[in-house]
Design a protein around this ligand. Structure first.
Ligand code: NAI
Ligand code: AKG
Length: 525
C-alpha cells in the first residue's frame, strides 16, 4: 500500500480521499527540515502547501518518493530540478485557488483606494476621523496587470466590470485572448507610464524578480498604487519604501514579501501600506478545492500512473494509464536494448510509432525509450529526467507516427544514430500485452527479453549454434530459450540467448572468439 505524508495544513477531506482510496496517510505538520529528512524515506507521496521546503537535501533522503503534490499554484518551495533528477513528479493545482486570489487582489485594491484598514483601526479607537480618509474611485482608472494568466485574467474580468480601463503586460498573452478579456495588451514601459493601479500576477523567476525596481517605480505616474498578491521579490521593497515616503507612490497593498513568514519588514508600520500574511489563497472554498485536487492527483499517480498538472512530466490521463502500461514496458526494453548495443556517443534517436499505438499519448512512451536508452550509459536516469538529459547532451529526439504497421497491430521502431553508425530495433506487443523484439538492425527475430541475455551477431554458418551451446554448458550456464534471425541464408545472423545465470567477462570472450562471431555482448534487463 503506498504511503503519503501530508506535511502542511490541508483540508481533512484530502486526508479522507487518501484513506478512502487505500493509501496509508500520515499528517505531520510543522516539521523542521531535519525532522522531515528523518522520515521522508518512508513515503511514496508528499502533499504540501507553501510551508514545507522540498529542498535537494530533503529529496536526497526521499528514497521511495515518487510524487510531490503542491496544494496551490506557486512551486517555489520545491526544488524541481532536484526532483526531476531523482525521478520525482512535481504536481500543482493550477486553478483551485485562482478565483480566491483574484478576489483578494480586488479586495486589496479597494482597501488601498479607500484606506479601509487604517480607517477601521481609527474608528475602533473612537477617533471618528472622517476628514482624514479621503479615498479615490476605481471607476475609469487605468489598471495595469503584470501577468495575465489564470489569476490575472480573473482580475481583469472583475476590473472591467468595475469599469476600470485594463491594460496588461504578458509576453504570452495572445491578442485574441486580450480582446476576449477586454484588455489592452501593452509593453511593460507603456504599462508603467500609464497605470493608476498596478497589480502583479506572475511567478517569481529570474526574469520577473525585481520587475518593479527603483527604475521602474521612478517611471510610474505620481500617485500610483501597487498591489502584489503574487510573490515577494517582484517588487524591490527598499525602492518601494523610498517611493512611499516621497509620496511618488500613494500606497501599496502587499500579501507577499521577500522573506516569509514576514515577522519583520521595512514596510511594516507605514500608513500607506496595507498588508496581509500571504492570505491570497485562504478561503475555505479554495483550500477545499486545492486539497481535494492534490489528493486526487497524488492518489491517481500512485495507484494508476495517471499524471495530471505535472510540472516536470508529460500528462497521462487515468483512462490512458492502463492502455499505456504494456507499451511502457516494451519501450523501456527497446530503449535499453539499443542503449546496451550502442558504444559510441549518441547523436540522434528516432522513435516511430506505427499502427494502433500511434493513436496513444506517445510523450510518456518516448520518455521511457530515452530512459532505457540512456540508463546503460549514465547514472540516475529516469523517465522524468531522461528528455532533459537528452536535450542537455544535444541528442536530437524525433518522434513520428503512422497508421501503417505492416503485419502488426502496433509496432515501435527505435533508431539510434551515433558518431559511427545507425542501429535500429523494433518491438511489438504479443497478445496485446507481452513485449517482444521483432527486428534488430533489419534482421527479423522473435525474442522475449529476459533479465540475463547473450546477444551475438555472427555469419550464418553450420555448427554455430552447437558451438555456442557447448561453450555455455561448459561454463555451467543454463539456456532458458534461444532466438535466431538472419538476413539471408549464409549472411549476417543474430542470436539472442536467455540464460539463467550471469555471463562473466571470460565466458563472453570465449563466445566472441568462436568462428564466425562478429560481435558478442552480455545484456541485462
Ligand atoms: N498570494 C497567494 O496566496 C497566491 C499567489 N499566487 C501567485 O500568483 C502567480 C500567478 O498565478 P496564475 O495566474 O495562476 O499563474 P499562470 O501561470 O496562470 O499565470 C502567470 C502569467 O505570468 C506570465 N508571465 C510569466 N513571466 C512573465 C514576465 N516576465 N512578464 C509578464 N508576464 C509574465 C505568464 O505568461 C502567465 O500568463 C503564481 O505564480 C503564484 O506565485 C497564486 C496563488 C495564490
Ligand atoms: O497555500 C497557500 O496558502 C499559498 C498559495 C500560493 O501562494 C500559491 O498557490 O501559489
Amino acid at each position: 500500500m503506498p504511503k503519503v505524508l501530508v506535511s502542511d495544513k490541508l483540508s481533512p477531506t484530502a486526508v479522507k480521499i487518501f484513506s478512502d482510496r487505500g493509501i496509508d496517510v500520515d499528517v505531520k505538520t510543522g516539521l523542521k527540515p531535519d525532522e522531515l529528512m528523518a522520515i521522508i524515506g518512508d513515503y511514496d507521496g508528499l502533499a504540501v502547501r507553501s510551508e514545507t521546503k522540498v529542498t535537494a537535501a530533503v529529496l536526497e533522503k526521499a528514497t521511495n518518493l515518487k510524487v510531490v503534490g503542491r496544494a496551490g499554484i506557486g512551486v517555489d518551495n520545491i526544488d524541481i530540478p532536484a526532483a526531476t533528477q531523482r525521478g520525482v513528479v512535481v504536481m500543482n493545482t493550477p486553478y483551485g485557488n485562482a478565483i480566491t486570489t483574484a478576489e483578494h487582489t480586488i479586495a486589496m485594491m479597494f482597501s488601498l483606494a479607500r484606506q479601509i484598514p487604517l480607517a477601521n483601526a481609527s474608528t475602533h479607537a473612537g477617533k471618528w476621523e472622517k476628514n482624514r480618509f479621503m479615498g479615490v474611485e476605481l471607476f475609469n482608472k487605468v489598471l495595469g496587470l503584470i501577468g495575465c494568466g489564470n489569476i490575472g485574467s480573473i482580475v481583469a474580468e472583475r476590473a472591467v466590470a468595475l469599469r476600470m480601463r485594463v491594460i496588461a503586460f504578458d509576453p504570452y498573452l495572445s491578442p485574441e485572448r486580450a480582446l476576449d478579456l477586454g484588455v489592452e495588451k501593452v509593453e511593460l514601459d507603456d504599462l508603467i507610464a500609464r497605470a493608476d493601479f498596478i497589480t502583479l500576477h506572475t511567478p517569481l523567476t529570474e526574469k520577473t524578480r525585481g520587475i518593479l525596481n527603483a527604475d521602474a517605480i521612478a517611471r510610474m505616474k505620481k500617485g500610483v498604487r501597487l498591489i502584489n498578491c503574487a510573490r515577494g521579490g517582484l517588487i524591490d521593497e527598499a525602492a518601494l519604501k523610498a517611493a512611499l515616503e516621497s509620496g511618488h507612490v500613494a500606497g501599496a497593498a502587499l500579501d507577499v514579501f521577500t522573506a516569509e513568514p514576514a515577522k519583520e519588514n521595512i514596510l511594516f508600520g507605514m500608513d500607506n501600506v496595507v498588508c496581509t500574511p500571504h492570505l491570497g489563497a485562504s478561503t475555505s472554498e479554495a483550500q477545499e478545492n486545492v486539497a481535494l485536487q492534490v489528493a486526487d492527483q497524488i492518489s491517481d499517480y500512485l495507484l494508476t500512473g495517471a499524471v495530471t498538472n505535472a510540472l516536470n512530466m508529460a500528462a497521462v490521463t487515468a483512462e490512458e494509464a492502463p492502455r499505456l502500461r504494456p507499451y511502457m514496458k516494451l519501450c523501456e526494453q527497446l530503449g535499453s536494448f539499443t542503449g546496451q548495443i550502442t558504444e559510441s556517443s549518441l547523436k540522434a534517436v528516432t522513435i516511430e510509432y506505427l499502427g494502433d499505438v500511434a493513436h496513444l499519448n506517445t510523450k510518456p512512451l518516448t520518455a521511457v525509450v530515452l530512459q532505457g536508452l540512456l540508463s546503460p550509459l549514465l547514472e540516475s536516469v529516469n523517465m522524468i529526467n531522461a528528455p532533459l538529459i537528452a536535450r542537455e547532451r544535444d541528442i536530437e529526439v524525433r518522434e513520428t507516427k503512422s497508421e501503417n504497421s505492416s503485419n502488426f497491430h502496433s509496432l515501435i521502431r527505435v533508431q539510434v544514430t551515433t558518431e559511427r553508425q545507425t542501429r535500429s530495433v523494433e518491438g511489438s506487443l504479443f497478445g496485446g500485452a507481452l513485449p517482444r523484439l521483432v527486428r534488430i538492425n533489419d534482421i527479423p527475430v522473435e525474442a522475449e527479453l529476459a533479465p540475463t541475455m547473450l546477444y551475438v551477431v555472427n555469419e550464418d554458418k553450420p555448427g554455430f549454434i552447437g558451438r555456442v551451446g557447448t561453450v555455455l554448458s561448459e561454463a555451467g550456464v543454463n539456456i532458458a530459450s534461444f532466438h535466431l534471425g538472419r538476413e539471408t541464408v549464409g549472411g549476417r545472423a543474430i542470436c539472442l540467448v536467455n540464460v539463467d545465470t550471469e555471463i562473466t567477462a571470460p565466458l563472453l570472450e570465449k563466445v566472441a572468439a568462436l568462428p564466425n562471431v562478429v560481435m558478442a555482448k552480455a545484456l541485462a534487463f
